[in-house]
Design a protein around this ligand. Structure first.
Ligand SMILES: Cc1cc2nc3c(=O)[nH]c(=O)nc-3n(C[C@H](O)[C@H](O)[C@H](O)COP(=O)(O)OP(=O)(O)OC[C@H]3O[C@@H](n4cnc5c(N)ncnc54)[C@H](O)[C@@H]3O)c2cc1C
Length: 459
């Protein structure tokens, strides 16, 4: 008998924010120096970092719903020391600049922590590490490869088995682990709220419930259209993530992948002891279909991932944010991972859309004569990387030549996904083969061919 149905169908995180910031919608025409479309991490970091660079500029954020109502308020809060979707992805897809990518990813996490300090944002940032766990011999071999890849860059990680693993996480489901000490967690809604409140305190204007419906190059600037008025801006940033891109040419570059989460009731000290999860580190398993899980401040378990669901025609409908088949499946996996928790219940359940790109890394570019910058494609690792994306967009708008703007990973055009029905067919095929690889350790010819063309599918 499943228990997820009794959970509230809404993201848990927003309820943890005291006096969440709100903003009125736009009402009439305005002019500004920088218009930012999107009130998630990308848009809000862009606003704050733009303010640091341009103390007197009029900076405006336009958000079609509530700030953080999309991925930035729905994620697991894993804050990676990476801008490349991990070290292995950097090595596989960007071997020439892997060293720089790895270093910049770690510097970005340090910079994020320092910014939270400077702005006195309490986002429950905890750098307590991450434990990767393996359920099969081939996943354990993958962890050994990961350990070697880290070592190549002088990064220490710890391979764990038997009692050493049980001391971190004691469950019959997993047999090997790799502990990464340099990994953080945040409360994503508190991060959104803190960034927004800081931006407003520094004179950034935010408009919620204001959807930008079009964008026009006026020669000397940009015009953004909304139902409530027009914004004339010298420059614009597009930070709309998984939404249909305002720039038509970017539409084939990302696909919306739904990812779902269950939040457990708070665990007692005895329950935590029974599962051997004593520290505050997050955990993720190592399959292609993987779960990520972490504790909240009051010791609930956030249990997300596994199913990565694509809907024909790149469906993004509101009704797709809940999916009984997936909730049933991930509850079963939870019971399997935590037999010691018996039939503990769930308080919240929700889904969210991941802006998946074919290389699982962001791309940053400009349009309209360099007056518009955009960043998208962070896939499932944007909590920290969006800060880096924001800095890169601002560099590009300023026409600066920096280490960030020179990165091939960010500059090169995204690999386009094919149109329907080929898109759906290819994704289904890849998903079937990825599931088979999880079960058997065998990578199919189809997946190997995609690898050869530097194309991936995942979250
Ligand atoms: C379920 C889930 C779990 C995840 N877990 C993790 C994790 O643990 N760690 C990690 O690193 N990453 C994770 N991610 C990914 C991460 O959340 C995102 O990469 C990140 O939040 C992207 O931030 P963003 O600001 O670019 O996008 P968003 O948060 O999606 O913000 C874009 C905003 O733009 C607005 N918008 C769109 N179009 C318009 C328009 N035309 N006009 C006005 N506003 C518009 C949207 O309403 C939205 O608020 C997860 C994502 C999901 C969905």
């Amino acid at each position: 008998m499943t228990k997820y149905a009794a959970a509230k169908p809404a993201p848990y995180w927003r309820e943890t924010v005291t006096n969440p910031v709100t903003a009125a919608p736009l009402d009439g025409d305005i002019a500004c120096d920088l218009a930012i479309v999107g009130g998630g991490f990308s848009g809000l970091w862009s606003a704050l970092k733009a303010r640091e660079r341009m103390p007197d500029a009029r900076i405006v954020v336009l958000e079609c719903g509530q700030m953080g109502n999309a991925a930035s308020g729905r994620n697991g809060g894993f804050c990676a020391p990476s801008i490349s979707h991990g070290v292995s992805n950097a090595v596989a897809r960007w071997p020439d600049e892997a060293e720089a990518l790895v270093r910049l990813g770690r510097e970005n996490l340090d910079g994020l922590e320092a910014d939270l300090d400077t702005y006195t944002i309490d986002a429950e940032f905890e750098r307590e590490g991450k434990l990767n766990v393996a359920a099969t011999p081939w996943q354990a071999a993958g962890l050994r490869d990961m350990h070697a890849a880290y070592a190549r860059f002088g990064i220490k990680t710890e391979l764990l088995e038997g009692a050493a693993l049980d001391a971190r996480f004691d469950t019959p489901r997993y047999h090997a682990g790799l502990f990464e000490p340099n990994y953080a967690l945040v409360n994503p809604a508190k991060l959104v709220d803190g960034l927004a409140k800081t931006a407003i305190a520094r004179g950034v204007q935010i408009f919620e419930d204001t959807k930008v419906t079009g964008l026009r190059n006026t020669g000397g600037g940009v015009r953004l259209m909304t139902a409530a008025g027009t914004i004339t801006a010298a420059q614009a940033i597009l930070a709309t993530n998984a939404a249909v891109p305002l720039l038509r040419r970017l539409r084939p570059s990302i696909i919306p992948i739904f990812d779902y989460t269950l939040m457990s009731e708070p665990l007692t000290g005895a329950q935590l002891k029974a599962i051997g999860w004593q520290g505050r580190y997050g955990i993720a398993d190592s399959g292609n279909q993987f779960h990520y899980f972490r504790k909240t401040a009051d010791n609930r378990i956030l249990w997300g991932g596994y199913d990565a669901v694509y809907h024909y025609g790149s469906g993004r409908g509101e009704e797709l944010h809940h999916r009984d088949v997936t909730y049933t499946r991930i509850e079963a996996n939870f019971r399997d991972a935590f037999p010691a928790l018996g039939d503990i219940g769930f308080t919240h359940r929700w889904g969210g859309i991941i802006d998946t790109s074919a290389r699982l890394t962001a791309f940053v570019g400009t349009a309209m004569g360099g007056r518009v910058a955009y960043a998208a494609g962070f896939s499932g690792q944007g909590v920290a990387a969006t800060r880096f994306g924001a800095l890169t967009m601002l560099d590009r708008l300023e026409g600066k030549d920096t280490e960030r703007t020179r990165l091939k990973m960010l500059r090169s055009s995204a690999v386009p996904f094919p149109p329907e029905p080929l898109r759906s067919f290819g994704i289904k095929w890849a998903q079937r083969d990825l599931a088979r690889e999880d079960a058997t350790g065998h990578r199919s010819l189809f997946l190997k061919t995609l690898d050869r063309f530097n194309i991936g599918f995942g979250s």
